[in-house]
Design a binder for this molecule. Structure first.
Ligand code: SF4
Length: 737
């Protein structure tokens, strides 16, 4: 019988790289105080004239410490990665890396990496594992998946992945398998933004031209802490140039601290602010009449709707002074079309957030900022080089309805985004049918979906769970098989076209352990499932060559330069003003909303308020961690070791605590102990915590036991239109521990 290991035996404490790094190396206190570091010229990475020292090489690749895909140049000395720097040729980061990007070396050399395939050897969640070969682990996974499909049909097998470069190949695998059940993290993030813009402009996520913008309003986008590298840099440059930047946030975030104006809005009432702006802009005829007439439909309905949304009315709702709303409306309109109400990401935390996003989308339309310098940028896809595509047989029709309620419960949610919290709930209810298996690639539902215990119960209920990850995430902890992926510095992924350039992620060293890229895990699993023809490549290089086929460049040349620039490339703006809506125009009054029997123009929906002695629970990001994926990185833990509960000084005084005292937060669904951080920088009716701490996996040895998880407190509340998870509709009490 093969040996059974515990997590302690699987992960030795031997350290490959000393786990201590100067905080400066992570960018703390660097550019604009938000931690973006430019390359060090002393390394010579960006100086082609400088010959690398003996045993040293520089390899260009793409970061994966978050989803932003910045360009990286790795300094490799005698087979050891010594330094990562930003690639100045990459538009996503303009030569700089954020703290997480700098700490990618530690992610790879972490002693907690899963070093070979594991098959569960005790009860699920017992932490007992046995080592398996790849052939055994993949055969076992394929057998279980086939057994489930043969007995119950493909639909009872769920597939989950998140935004990453191998995701398109994961989607091919699940479609070839034949299940309709696909989950992403989108409904936990920005479903209200994507649906709000989709039903206004016909595109879910327009870009924003920061460089020419003269007036920016953020309400749910904390770029200084939720870093999107080039956009964060551009936002800081805007501030430095004296551009007006207004931030609505109940908390004094780092972005608020950089802004020209911080408005501590009452949670859930941003739409009142935007409706108030629209009221002033319409009443004073400050909108772009020519643009509105030519490219939009439904202004008359909006005029009627916002008649009563005066600044005085809005002040009562959002607690921003009516005079401030009037001033901002006038100044914003005066800056148009170089004025943007940012689409945001996380304005998604209330059921009414879809209406907030609709109001934001419509406000932009009134400014006529579409495809104008300093305004919203149309979908970039038309103006991006097209890769070669794999040819495969047609997919079998997916049988059955989806467990996440799309579209039968949520008719307006795009299929590609789904509603993962409902998928989890329906595993538990067994309605409309019993789910049996879950293949989860690089996602951590246990810590991301509200009501953590429910997610654990859902995993425990299934016949089979397989997880692909580089470390023992909280979800991998409850798996039957863990298929270990190579870290992003050890593997290839699909190519990345950005406008006229094509970038490559490639290994900067050989894999340290018996791990594989997802490209090969999906391919080999497909082969064992008898679905190999859907992923028609021999290996990663064969796949990349097929993607590169339309271009006159060799893979070797691409690898060597790190990117290829398409010659004579012309941006295609011919369809910039062809809106993919029912009317072909920007829909101030949405045809689809009207068809669904809903209010067709942006409207006000009163959000719930906490009762006495209860507080809004707000969650968000820090610049030093990515969601729940980097807390086990020891370098990042040195600079952000634990999350704490932000309490207003008046609240702290009332319950008798000071900073670093332990408090108990309790919601309807859970209770956590967490240290307090006492500050004036938050509204007295709110408590804030950074998400991603409070791991349950004992395989994450550095992060285990640190801080508390917001997923243990969050209630599951879903917006029926966008499917977004209304996280901030959870209220908590706070007491001294
Ligand atoms: Fe990496 Fe930071 Fe860029 Fe994300 S923003 S890809 S973590 S450097």
């Amino acid at each position: 019988m093969s040996k059974v290991y515990t997590w302690d035996q699987l992960f030795s404490r031997r350290q490959f790289i000393k786990g201590t790094v100067a905080t400066a190396a992570l960018g703390v206190g660097a550019t604009a105080g938000i931690g973006l570091l430019a390359p060090e010229s002393s390394l010579g990475i960006n100086n082609p004239a400088q010959t690398p020292a003996k045993g040293v090489k520089y390899v260009t690749t793409i970061c994966e410490q978050c989803v932003w895909r910045c360009g990286v140049i790795a300094k490799v000395e005698n087979g050891v990665v010594k330094k990562l720097e930003g690639n100045p040729n990459h538009p996503n980061n303009l030569g700089k890396l954020c703290p997480r990007g700098n700490a990618g070396i530690e992610t790879m050399y972490s002693p907690d990496r899963i070093k070979f395939p594991l098959i569960r050897a005790g009860a699920r969640g017992s932490g007992l594992w046995r080592k398996a070969s790849w052939d055994e682990a993949l055969s076992y996974t394929a057998e279980q998946m086939k057994k489930i499909k043969d007995k119950y049909g493909a639909k009872v097998m769920m597939f989950n992945s998140t935004d990453n470069l191998s995701q398109p190949f994961f989607e091919i695998l699940l479609k070839a398998y034949g299940t309709p059940n696909y989950g992403t993290q989108r409904s936990l993030c920005f479903n209200s933004m994507t649906t709000g813009f989709l039903y206004t402009y016909g595109t879910p996520q327009p870009g924003t031209d920061f460089s020419h913008c003269k007036y920016m309003i953020f309400s749910g986008r904390n770029l200084a802490e939720g870093i999107s590298n080039n956009e964060t840099q551009e936002m800081i440059e805007m501030v430095a140039k004296g551009v007006k930047v207004v931030v609505l946030d109940p908390r004094f975030s780092k972005t608020a601290s950089k802004a020209t104006e911080w408005l501590p809005v009452r949670p859930g009432t941003d739409s009142a602010f935007f409706l108030g702006l629209i009221h002033v802009i319409i009443a004073e005829k400050l909108y772009n009449e020519t643009f509105v007439k030519r490219y939009t439909q439904g202004l008359e309905d909006l005029v009627t709707e916002v008649k009563d949304y005066t600044p005085e009315w809005a002040e009562k709702k959002c607690e921003i002074a009516a005079t401030t709303i009037q001033r901002i409306a006038r100044d914003f309109a005066a800056a148009a079309p170089a004025a943007i109400a940012h689409p945001n990401w996380r304005t998604s935390n209330f059921v009414n957030s879809f209406q907030t996003e609709r109001a934001i989308a419509v406000l932009n339309a009134l400014m006529g900022n579409w495809a104008q310098p300093g305004g919203l940028i149309p979908d970039q896809e038309m103006s991006t080089a097209k890769l070669g595509v794999l040819t495969h047989p047609p997919f079998p029709p997916a049988q059955g309805i989806r467990l996440d309620g799309v579209p039968w419960q949520y008719p307006m949610v795009p299929l590609a985004y789904g509603v993962i919290q409902t998928m989890r709930d329906n595993i538990l209810t067994g309605k409309p049918y019993e789910a049996k298996g879950w293949l989860i690639s690089r996602q951590n539902p246990v810590l991301s979906i509200p009501e953590r215990q429910k997610t654990i119960n859902a995993l425990m209920k299934l016949d089979f769970v397989a997880v692909i990850d580089i470390q023992a995430s909280d979800t991998a902890y409850y798996a039957d098989v863990i298929l270990p992926e190579s870290s992003y510095l050890e593997r290839y992924d699909g190519l990345v076209p950005i406008k006229n350039k094509i970038f490559i992620r490639q290994p900067v060293i050989e894999p340290l352990y018996d791990t594989k890229s997802c490209l090969m895990i999906y391919k080999e699993l497909a082969d064992k499932l008898g679905l190999g023809e859907f992923l028609p490549y021999k290996d990663e290089l064969d796949l990349l060559s097929q993607q590169l086929k339309p271009f006159p460049v060799s893979l070797e040349a691409l690898k060597s330069a790190g990117h290829y620039e398409v010659e004579n490339f012309k941006e295609d703006h011919s369809k910039d003003f062809e809106f993919q809506t029912s009317s072909g125009k920007i829909e101030i009054s949405s045809s689809i909303m009207a068809q669904m029997g809903k209010k067709a123009v942006p409207t006000w929906n009163e959000p719930p308020r906490p009762e006495a002695d209860h507080y809004y629970l707000l969650t968000g990001k820090t610049a030093q961690h990515t969601q729940m994926f980097t807390q086990n990185n020891r370098w990042l833990l040195e600079v952000f070791p634990v999350n704490r509960a932000w309490l207003h000084t008046s609240v702290a005084k009332k319950i008798g605590v000071k900073t670093d005292d332990e408090v108990v937060l309790e919601s309807e669904v859970g209770k956590v102990n967490i240290k307090a951080y006492v500050t004036e920088g938050i509204r007295p009716d709110c408590i804030f915590m950074v998400g991603g701490f409070g791991h349950v996996s004992k395989g994450l040895k550095s992060a285990y036991g640190l801080g508390a998880s917001d997923s243990a407190l969050h209630k599951t509340v879903t917006d029926p239109i966008s499917g977004g998870s209304a996280l901030s509709e959870t209220f908590v009490t706070v007491t001294k521990a």
